[in-house]
Ligand binder design. Structure first.
Ligand SMILES: NC(=O)c1ccc[n+]([C@@H]2O[C@H](COP(=O)([O-])OP(=O)(O)OC[C@H]3O[C@@H](n4cnc5c(N)ncnc54)[C@H](OP(=O)(O)O)[C@@H]3O)[C@@H](O)[C@H]2O)c1
Length: 334
């Protein structure tokens, strides 16, 4: 069993530990929260062995194989480094790091600790529907572009309208629409089509100084991808990838729960795999597979591919921010 520790006690950590439980390959060895009562309540609910209010104490004492980091984005870097230094693998929520400098520094640390694995928790690219989608694209005679959308109104935007700065809309925490939701369609584009040649971001600014929504253009050789995302409005628009007469469409570039193909003759085929018991289960299984057998050739190849996606996504997010002059305090030393 993989001994796992957690950082953060919001709903996403709850969903992840439920996925760990479903996978049957992990045990929850330690829970960290800034507050003892929160740590104890989370640990009790999820039958964790120990709880901590000191993160480094958890790393030193809980005998962890890996730690899942689901804190505000700007905190990931220091928390990840502390784990790597102790030879503990890291599963870091998206977007893993604030900028390129942090990603480069993490990769230098990983090179010093070759047994440590780094996974970015980009749940959708580990799903069976992502496999189905990749396969469907191989059947297209050409790719002429895509329109990817992921837009969900955030209840925390109500707080912004009341003059507050919740974490998810805070520059201090390297947040905003691109970091929080835009990362999903961008991950999809990178995983399907690789690194774009050129990117440009057109944000809609909100009172907290970050982007509340926006449109990004990813230019590839021969086609463009338009990416629409936001946290200040809702969209039910499907995402589409264009062949010639054929189109592959998804319910949402972030959820990826429905995939269908419209053939040249207009026939529509539903390609979707059955609904998942937990949207984080496929990634939990994938990470366990690599942690349990890191030298298996298939696992090694998968791990390297995920690392490459994570590196490119980090670069694309950073280049998009530069194109829009969207800067975070974490960029100070850039
Ligand atoms: N994969 C997904 O589907 C998904 C979904 C949602 C979020 N996420 C990612 O998960 C991460 C956390 O997002 P979130 O919305 O849950 O963030 P959040 O609510 O702002 O914070 C997450 C946790 O971090 C701790 N925290 C909050 N504010 C803090 C502060 N000022 N200083 C130190 N720790 C603080 C809290 O835990 P304690 O109070 O227990 O210390 C909290 O439960 C982000 O990277 C986000 O992008 C991923």
């Amino acid at each position: 069993m993989i001994r796992m520790g957690t950082v953060g006690t919001n709903w996403i950590t709850q969903q992840f530990v439920e996925a760990l439980d479903l996978s049957g390959r992990y045990e929850l060895a330690g829970v960290y929260s800034r507050h003892q009562d929160t740590a104890d309540a989370f640990a009790a609910k999820n039958h964790a062995q120990t709880s901590y209010t000191d993160y480094e104490e958890m790393l030193d004492q809980a005998d962890l194989d890996a730690v899942y980091i689901a804190s505000p984005n700007s905190l990931h870097f220091d928390q990840a480094r502390a784990a790597i230094a102790r030879d503990i693998s890291i599963i870091v929520e998206k977007p893993a790091f604030s900028n390129r400098r942090e990603m480069v520094a993490i990769q230098a640390e990983l090179a010093q600790h070759p047994q440590v694995k780094f996974f970015e928790a980009a749940r959708h690219v580990h799903t069976p529907n992502f496999q189905v989608l990749s396969k469907a694209l191989l059947g297209l005679p050409t790719i002429q572009g895509a329109a990817l959308t992921y837009m969900k109104y955030s209840s925390r935007y109500d707080l912004v309208l009341d003059g507050e700065v919740p974490n998810v809309f805070s520059r201090h925490f390297s947040a905003g629409a691109l970091a929080d939701l835009g990362v999903y369609p961008i991950y999809l584009a990178v995983a399907l089509f690789g690194q774009p040649d050129h990117v440009q971001y057109f944000p809609t600014w909100i009172a907290t100084g970050v982007d509340g929504k926006g449109v990004a253009i990813l230019r590839y050789t021969g086609f463009d991808i338009t990416v629409s995302f936001g946290k200040t409005s809702n969209s039910d628009a499907p995402s589409e990838i264009y062949g010639l007469r054929e189109t592959v469409s998804l319910d949402s570039a972030g959820e990826l729960t429905h995939v269908e193909e419209r053939a040249a003759d207009g026939t529509v085929t539903d390609l979707s795999e059955p609904e998942l018991a937990n949207p984080m289960l496929p990634e939990a299984n994938d990470f366990a597979r690599v942690l349990d057998a890191p030298t298996d050739p298939q696992n090694l190849a998968d791990y390297r591919r995920w690392l490459q996606w994570s590196t490119i996504v980090n670069q694309v997010l950073y280049s998009l921010r530069v194109s829009a002059n969207l800067r975070f305090p974490a960029d100070e030393n850039d």
